[in-house]
Write a protein that binds this ligand. Structure first.
Ligand code: PLP
Length: 453
């Protein structure tokens, strides 16, 4: 790390730590590499830190900024609404403009409710599933993240020595202090294996309220679903009368206008949206079939929040969907094109420099990682679930991220790259120059054992 490059950020972090726990407001940010930086402004695909360094940003707020930083239409709509009032604790007309829009776009949405964060919308979905079925237990998948709340924060990145058998993983809390007892109602299964789900449901369906899944496993290696896997999940949940919940907090409005369910043609019973729905304004959305959402409409299932559907955020969401829907949703083809150029370019450079690499996912969100053992790449999809993701050398990738940040490319340490409509071909070319430099001057020597990782 070039410390002189980050002098003001380093001083800011030291100052913040005296009054802000860990110097950050979300524990995830504490793991940023080379360390949590301080930023001054963002525009389009670029960010500037407080030391004046400029970055091409592939973090994009960890997903929301599908249209890039400070998108003019979103900012204008939000500011115009702010001047008319911030919060009414009452209804307003933008609210149903947004709900009409979402129910028109999303196949599995008859009714919606808005909140602020993805975590609380997940909480509402689980409550709804339990109320609808009268059952308590929820199936989640190892390596997936559904927010930081107690009843679902299990087995995101469990220690493999404690995580038990691959086909029957243990349910392991991610944080000290989680409510003990919640774990007895969360079953963790490996993802991308329809036979395991089928076996489990055939034995225990009478206890299961819901299956919750990221339809693409974005929080571990951006793993695509195997051919037919989501369809099998849908069929099994229907057969056993279990509520199928798609957590589309990342994939929603990103993988296609209608999210992963639109892209793969599989309709869940309930869906959670967040992030890209409002290009950076805080809003989440629980959407679903009348059969379930009707319980909220009838007042049988409680759902609340002081800031739910605050007018500036809803105005931002409406402006975001305006931009995303424009010209037959042409923005998606553009993002896919730029992202694919970048993925192909990274693969080409790695091959030329003989650096084994995994690049997988989609143009709008993909994963990059370095396998410990290059022969793991031989059989097609190298990373297909959490356990197979352990074949990736996270420490080496961390070094890659720090070196890329030093060269003005901001990345997420876990390996996810987010793209936006603001990223240009010039951004891709500059990024690939940095990739070539880092793979050649940092990663290849480490792999050759010149320096021990
Ligand atoms: C798939 C998924 N679900 C839920 C959440 C939680 O959303 P929030 O951070 O808005 O609470 C996240 C956050 O990254 C996520 O990736």
């Amino acid at each position: 790390m070039k410390t002189e490059r980050y002098a003001r950020s380093i001083a800011d972090l030291e100052r913040a730590k005296k009054t802000l726990a860990g110097g950050v407001s979300s524990s995830v940010r504490g793991g940023d590499k080379p360390f949590p930086l301080y930023f001054d402004r963002g525009e389009g695909s670029h960010l500037w830190d407080v030391d004046g360094n400029e970055y091409i940003d592939y973090v994009l707020g960890r997903g929301p900024l599908l249209l890039g930083h400070s998108h003019a239409e979103v900012i204008d709509a939000t500011c115009a609404q702010l001047r008319r009032g911030q919060i009414y604790a009452a209804q307003h007309e933008l609210e149903f403009e947004l709900s009409e829009r979402v129910t028109r776009i999303v196949p599995g949405a008859d009714l919606v409710r808005f909140g602020i964060s993805g975590s609380e919308a997940v909480h509402a979905a689980l409550r709804l599933a339990r109320a609808a079925t009268g059952r308590q237990t929820v199936i989640k998948f190892e390596g997936q993240y559904h927010g930081w709340l107690d009843n679902i924060l299990y087995s995101l990145s469990p220690d493999p020595l404690k995580a038990g058998d691959e086909s029957e993983p243990a349910t392991l809390p991610e944080s000290a202090g989680q409510f003990s007892g919640a774990d007895s109602h969360v079953v963790v299964l490996p993802w991308n294996d329809a036979a395991v789900l089928e076996r489990y449901l055939s034995l225990h369906s009478g206890e299961i309220a819901a299956v919750i899944t990221e339809p693409v496993m974005c929080n571990t290696a951006v793993i695509p679903p195997r051919e037919g896997y989501l369809e099998a999940m849908r069929e099994l949940c229907t057969r056993h009368d279990v509520v199928l919940i798609f957590d589309e907090v990342i994939t929603g409005f990103r993988l296609s206008l209608a999210g992963a369910q639109g892209r793969f043609g599989v309709e869940p019973d309930l869906t959670i949206f967040g992030k890209a729905i409002a290009n950076g304004m805080p809003i989440s959305c629980l959407a679903g079939k009348e059969r379930y959402m009707g319980l909220i409409a009838a007042g049988k299932v409680g759902h609340g929040g002081t800031y739910n559907s605050i007018p500036p955020a809803v105005a931002g969401a409406v402006a975001t969907l305006d931009a995303l829907e424009r010209d037959g949703a042409a923005v998606y083809a553009r993002i896919e094109h730029i992202g694919t150029m970048l993925m192909d370019g990274i693969r080409r450079i790695a091959e030329r420099l003989s650096v084994p690499i995994v690049v997988q996912g989609y143009g709008s969100i993909f994963y990059v990682g370095f396998p410990y053992d290059a022969s793991a790449l031989a059989d097609g999809q190298a990373v297909y679930d959490y356990r197979s993701s352990l074949a990736m050398n996270q420490e080496l990738y961390t070094q890659f991220v720090s070196a890329m940040v030093d060269r003005g490319v901001r990345l997420i340490p876990r390996g996810n790259w987010f793209l936006s409509s603001a990223h240009s071909e010039a951004d891709v070319e500059a990024t690939l120059r940095a990739v070539e430099d880092v793979l050649g001057s940092v990663i290849a020597p480490l792999l050759k054992g010149a320096v021990t990782v």
